[in-house]
Ligand binder design. Structure first.
Ligand code: KG4
Ligand code: ZN
Length: 370
């Protein structure tokens, strides 16, 4: 079976071809990605209408690219899969509309995929795929969830954020620091130069005993800490210049007035607070379920500090950790084609020849089969 997958839920247009035969793990033949980051950077975040219009421009050229790279023709595609939700409604409609139009024109069925299920199953595309059951830590720009995963489509929520997601905490803290959008990678880069224990920032719900998260207070704590540092005159009048090629950190709170080393220390402390909570709650989930396998997925899963600390903590406890390949941590079409293939292969869902599509901007992952 040849599956063409289309991802368009936010600011990345992704298209991929996945092939499977019998019970063997589906295999990625080719994938292509266009990131809109540069376009949205001028606005400091994703502009939904611009995102939708850009998906329209990119999706067919990318489809041609993956067919070429995979040495397949459109007529060989058996199923067209697309992200049905959650995400930006207009952006989702582009992928759904194109997938259903292609399906109708080719006389091939279509299948709508849950974006987070795509992330969750993306480690199966890696050289070291996991085995069921496992605990999944899903950390993206909009979601932070711990799930027990017993098989494809068998997901039980263990805990999730009650306010901001981990990615949002990275993005909002970075924005305060004038690091631009998307903030996660920029903050992580600055943090790599700083001392994680320099400033004590809150770790909310760390001792709650449950598996919920709360990150909304972190950006305020970062803001207050920065203001305190500026007011205390710890800074020189103009601050040390950022090394060439680094963001200047010009921001509304005057983060750019702080010496470079203090900016790095604050970034490192913010990252440490987020990572600390994610690691400790993941360990608690493993303890509570008695499982010895952890799968990390979603954009924040690309964070090096998170990977290093999870690896160290899990090694000590005899827990295996699996990640997606670095380039498949953030949004992409490969994970959508893969999730569609695994759902069909495992009898969780059949592709449909009704081309009356809808999208689900809000869609809890543990309710996909109900
Ligand atoms: O999964 P994803 O690509 O999109 C959503 O489904 O939301 O995740 C994007 C999120 C953003 O918040 C981005 O800042 C964060 O992942 N991110 C990172 C890193 N790379 C991406 N956060 C921390 N460190 C990184 N290296
Ligand atoms: Zn995502």
């Amino acid at each position: 079976m040849l599956v063409l997958g289309i991802e368009s839920s936010c600011d990345e247009t992704g298209v991929a071809l996945v092939h499977w035969e019998g019970s063997a793990l589906p295999e990625l033949l080719s994938h292509a990605l266009y990131s809109q980051i540069e376009m949205h950077q001028a606005f400091g975040g994703v502009v939904p209408e611009l995102a939708s219009r850009d998906h329209i421009r990119r999706v067919l050229p990318l489809t041609r690219d993956v067919l070429g790279a995979g040495a397949r023709s459109l007529s060989q595609v058996d199923v067209v899969a697309y992200t049905r939700g959650p995400g930006l409604a207009g952006a989702l409609l582009v992928g759904a509309g194109v997938a259903c139009a292609l399906g109708a024109a080719l006389g091939k069925p279509v299948l709508g995929v849950h974006h987070l299920e795509g992330h969750l199953l993306s480690p199966f595309l890696s050289a070291d795929p996991p085995e069921f059951p496992f605990v999944a830590l899903l950390v993206s720009g909009g979601h932070t969830q711990l799930m027990r995963v017993d098989g494809v489509g068998r997901y039980a929520m263990l805990g999730e954020t009650i306010d901001d997601a981990a990615g949002e905490a990275f993005d909002k803290s970075a924005k305060l620091m004038g690091l631009g959008y998307p903030g996660g990678p920029a903050l992580a880069k600055l943090a790599a130069e700083g001392k994680p224990a320099a400033y004590a920032l809150p770790r909310p719900l760390l001792k709650s005993g449950n598996l919920d998260f709360s990150f909304a207070g972190l950006k305020t704590a970062v803001l207050v800490q920065a203001q305190r540092m500026i007011a205390a005159g710890q800074s020189s009048r103009t601050g040390e210049l950022a090394p060439a090629g680094q963001p200047t950190g010009a921001s509304t709170v005057g983060f750019d007035k702080l010496p470079w080393s203090q900016r790095c220390d604050l970034a490192a402390s913010a990252q440490a607070a987020i990572v600390d909570v994610l690691v400790k709650k993941s360990l608690l989930a493993l303890r509570q379920t008695g499982l010895l396998r952890l799968v990390v997925a979603g954009g924040v899963g690309a964070n090096r500090a998170l990977r290093m600390q999870l690896d160290a903590a899990c090694l000590k406890r005899g827990v295996r950790v699996h990640y997606p390949e670095l380039h498949l941590c953030t949004d992409n079409g490969a994970m959508i084609a893969m999730a569609a293939a695994m759902r069909m292969q495992n009898g969780r869902q059949e592709a449909s020849s009704s081309y009356a599509f809808d999208v689900k901007p809000r869609w809890p992952l543990d309710s996909i089969d109900s």
